[in-house]
Design a protein around this ligand. Sequence first.
Ligand SMILES: *Cc1c(COP(=O)(O)O)cnc(C)c1O
Length: 429
Amino acid sequence: MTDVEQVLAWDKAHVWRPYTPMQEYLATGEPLVLEGARGSRFFAANGRKYIDGNASWWCSTLGHQHPRLVAALKAQAEAMCHVPLAGIAHEPAAALARELCEISPAGLERVFYSDDGSTAVEVALKLAWQYWSQNGRPSRTRFLALEGAFHGDTLAASSVSGIDVFRRPFGGLLVDCLRVPPGQAGYQQAFEVLEQLLARHADEIAGVIVEPLVQGAAGMRIYAPDFLRALRAATKQHDTFLICDEVFTGYGRSGPFWASEHAAVSPDLLCTAKGFTAGMLPMAATLATARIFEGFLGSAERAFYYGHTFCGNPLGAAVAREVLRVYRDEKVLEGVAPRAARIAQTFERLATLPGVQATRSLGMVGALDLAGPQGYLQTRGKALCAQALERGVYLRPLGNTIYIAPSLNIPEPDLEELLSVLTACVQAL
Ligand SMILES: *Cc1c(COP(=O)(O)O)cnc(C)c1O
């Protein structure tokens, strides 16, 4: 039995929480104290069960404690937990790299392992930079990104991100990134501006980074595959790199295994994390083309001097391999179609309710904007999530955007409950 009071006392005395205004938290914060999780459910110390409406920060694509993933983790833990990839090779990392290349868009042939989404992006940016610096285009030191993008919180990753409150304190330190200016004109215009900037600054642009089809942290904003296809054509025309950050959208979140597949696009660099281990362990990968890999061959000073201690970690790699097998054996992507249809139907209906400004959905993502001002620091979303929690559903807002992103294999009764609680909360507005 968890001593809830004790946990909260320790937490409030010592834990500095992510993305949290701590003064408000210390005064009024009431986190859910959990004792366990299984499938789409959390088991709380208060004796109640809750539906995990966002797959624990978008990671737990196969539900919590999937028995096959737990078994793979246990088996690997008994054999070998951690060894470095320095002078050592092992089957989990080697076989996983091969399996990843097999399921990835054409042309991606090399896998660089790291720890999380931010480092996967960091690796992609550094590869692009160093590639041009030693392959005849040293003026290519800038990146190009969409406003509202989110690519992680390490320094380079936050430089190419476009959420102002995450970036503002670090202004002077950031990597040079050209961003499409904010505007309400929509993606058509944003991509036009992106392509104009690319044409004008082609000699300076090391790469263009995007979240394919769904800008997650921006509020689950969804754009058409045509825009991504046109961007691929433009980056080819100017011979610079397209970096697809599939940290959120990969592993079937948007329907197909990679969101890039909606546009039949093969990027030069692809970042994956989150669903990569189905949220079991922190591990990530950056996939690169043969061209980029070959740009680092030759004398020793041309090598990529980069690596994290846990690069290729056997526990993470063993789980990541089992994730791919579970997707195949349990036909996870086939199961997304009917669930996605239910999500789409529900969000279309929610759009007609008072207090809702707009809704959208794609694959296992559904989002609605509450009427009124938008932005990350808006608080009406928080109030609705608090209501949902009372009714047994855990959701987190993105400002005044409310979204669901449950596990891909959420049992259909759980999905129905999630959708009906959300609907009831919106109706109660
Ligand atoms: C979450 C996310 C990241 C950062 O991943 P972390 O594991 O939190 O470092 C990067 N890009 C996208 C698109 C993400 O959704």
